[in-house]
Design a protein around this ligand. Structure first.
Ligand SMILES: [Zn+2]
Length: 247
């Protein structure tokens, strides 16, 4: 299962899609803009296994903010939203206020619609992300993808009920392993974040997401089998939230 994948952005997306249908149980295909969501849904149709959601990636907020209204209306018909969020790292901080406006609008809309499952980017911005989520009870379920902020913010997110999606590339860094060790075991799912995430220079594939179990087992101090079982049962619960809870 892969709960955060930019499947449409692999160079050979159609082939990866066909292979993913065979080799995975579930892929959450997150898009980076409302127009990309519309185009991707035509080329790579949603199926029982491949869930596609509209998003507006904070890294391109300055270029795509004109599509915000389109995203809000796409949210009517889709129970998942992503990739959305905030990025306050040096490279993207000049548009942080614009990103905040977009993300707030999305979270408020999710609450108005009775709840949505959000796949959230929070690089150097987890505190602001959590402020916005906490101010909008009823927004649904937050899945913080590839969390890189501080341990104290991770604990705050866990207390707020957030889920976490973790991939093999995140577990390559000491900081990633330290954070994963602190996550609530019943709210962690696997992700690839491919093709952005790479291992030794090669794109992580959707069917490789679950290989994260091996590294999680080390930091959680339980067996690989137990870890896989935990990820599996968490994944099934999140699929239910995505496909039943808010529809
Ligand atoms: Zn992503």
């Amino acid at each position: 299962m892969d709960f955060h994948c930019h499947l449409d952005l692999y160079p050979d997306a159609k082939q990866i899609y066909t292979e993913a249908l065979k080799r995975t149980e579930f892929v959450w295909l997150v898009t980076t803009s409302p127009k990309a969501y519309a185009a991707t849904s035509r080329v790579l149709p949603a199926t029982q296994k491949i869930f596609i959601s509209p998003g507006l990636h904070p890294e391109i907020a300055d270029k795509k903010h004109g599509e915000l209204e389109m995203l809000l209306s796409q949210m009517n018909a889709c129970t998942g939203v992503g990739e959305v969020g905030l990025d306050n790292s040096a490279r993207y901080s000049q548009h942080f206020e614009l990103q905040t406006h977009i993300f707030k609008s999305v979270v408020e809309n999710a609450a108005r619609l009775g709840g949505r499952v959000l796949s959230i980017h929070s690089r150097a911005a987890a505190s602001r992300v959590l402020d916005i989520l906490d101010a909008n009870p009823g927004f649904g379920t937050a899945v913080l993808h590839w969390f890189t902020d501080s341990p104290s913010l991770l604990r705050r997110a866990a207390r707020s009920g957030c889920w976490f999606s973790v991939g093999p590339a995140m577990m390559e860094s000491a900081n990633g392993r330290k954070l994963a060790a602190l996550m609530p075991l019943d709210r962690v799912v696997s992700e690839s974040d491919g093709p952005f995430a790479k291992m030794r220079g090669i794109n992580v594939m959707p069917w490789e997401a679950l290989s994260v179990a091996l590294r999680l087992a080390e930091v959680w101090n339980i067996s690989k089998e137990e870890t896989s079982a935990v990820l599996n049962s968490n994944g099934l619960r999140l699929i239910t939230l995505l496909t039943d809870q808010y529809s």
